[in-house]
Design a protein. Structure first.
Length: 172
C-alpha cells in the first residue's frame, strides 16, 4: 500500500513546497526542492511503465499550475502577503520632492538621524522626514547630524562635530 501512496505523497510535498515558495522569502530553495520532488515523482512513474509515467506527467502539468494559482489567490485573499512583505511608508511620512532650493535652505542646520545611515537613510529636519545620505561612513540612528550639501536631490549629512554648540538648529 505504501508503494502506491509514496508517489502521491511526493507530489503533495512538491505542491506544498511550491505554495510555500510563493509565500516565504527563501531565495528559491523551496522551489528547487519542489523541482526535485516533481522529478522524483516522474522517475517513479517512468520506472514502473511508460503509460504510468505519462499519467504522472499529466498529473504534474495539471496540479502544479492549479496549486500555484490557487495558493497565490488564497495568499492575496487572506492577507498573508502583508504579514511577510514590507510595506512602503505613507506618502506623508517621506518628502519625495527633489527640488534643490527646498533642500538648499537646510544646509547648515542640525537634524537627527531617524534610521541608521549606511550610507543612506531617513533624517528629520524641521519636523519633516527626508531621505538623506551620510557624507562618509555609518551614522547611527538618533545621532545629531549637520546638513552639509545637496547632491542629486538628496541631502548629504555628517555627524554634528559640536552637538552642544549653539548653532542655527532646526526643530527635530
Amino acid at each position: 500500500m505504501l508503494e502506491l501512496m509514496a508517489p502521491f505523497l511526493i507530489l503533495v510535498v512538491a505542491v506544498i513546497l511550491i505554495a510555500a515558495e510563493d509565500l516565504l522569502p527563501t531565495g528559491g530553495i523551496l522551489g528547487v526542492l519542489a523541482l526535485g520532488c516533481l522529478g522524483w515523482f516522474l522517475y517513479l512513474g517512468f520506472t514502473d511503465s511508460n503509460g504510468l509515467g505519462i499519467r504522472y506527467l499529466v498529473a504534474e502539468l495539471v496540479s502544479v499550475p492549479l496549486v500555484y494559482l490557487g495558493s497565490n489567490y488564497l495568499i492575496e485573499k487572506t492577507g498573508l502577503r502583508r504579514l511577510v512583505s514590507l510595506q512602503p511608508p505613507d506618502l506623508d511620512e517621506v518628502d519625495h520632492r527633489r527640488e534643490g532650493p527646498d533642500l538648499d535652505r537646510l544646509i547648515g542646520l542640525r537634524g537627527r538621524a531617524l534610521t541608521t545611515l549606511r550610507p543612506s537613510g531617513m533624517v528629520a529636519f524641521e519636523g519633516r522626514r527626508i531621505d538623506g545620505m551620510s557624507e562618509s561612513g555609518l551614522i547611527p540612528s538618533g545621532a545629531e547630524v549637520l546638513a552639509i550639501q545637496v547632491r542629486s536631490g538628496r541631502l548629504i549629512v555628517r555627524v554634528d562635530p559640536y552637538p552642544d554648540e549653539s548653532r542655527e538648529t532646526s526643530q527635530v
